[in-house]
Design a protein. Structure first.
Length: 88
C-alpha cells in the first residue's frame, strides 16, 4: 500500500507523456530497452519513443537521476500527461 510520502515522491520525479500515442521503451522489438529500473540517466538521454500519427517522437529525460519506476508497458497507448516513468 503506497503512503502519501511515496505518492509525493513519485509525483516529484514523474515524467509525463507530452502527447497521446503508443509508448515504446525500445527502438524496435528485440532491441535493448532505452532504460530499465535502476538505470542512471543524464538530462537529454532518450528514455522512450512515442508513436503519434505514424511519427516516432523521441522523448528525452527532462533531468538526470535514477529510473525508479516504469509506469506504462511498452507498445501500450499512453495519454497526454500520463506518467511514463519516474526519475529520482
Amino acid at each position: 500500500q503506497p503512503t502519501a510520502a511515496d505518492t509525493a515522491a513519485k509525483a516529484a520525479g514523474a515524467v509525463p507523456s507530452p502527447m497521446v500515442g503508443t509508448v515504446y521503451f525500445q527502438a524496435s522489438p528485440g532491441d535493448p530497452p532505452f532504460v530499465k529500473i535502476g538505470d542512471r540517466v543524464a538530462e537529454g538521454d532518450i528514455i522512450a519513443i512515442i508513436e503519434a500519427m505514424k511519427v516516432m517522437n523521441q522523448i528525452p529525460a527532462p533531468r538526470a537521476g535514477v529510473v525508479t519506476s516504469l509506469d506504462v508497458a511498452t507498445a501500450q497507448p499512453g495519454e497526454f500527461g500520463e506518467t511514463l516513468l519516474v526519475i529520482e
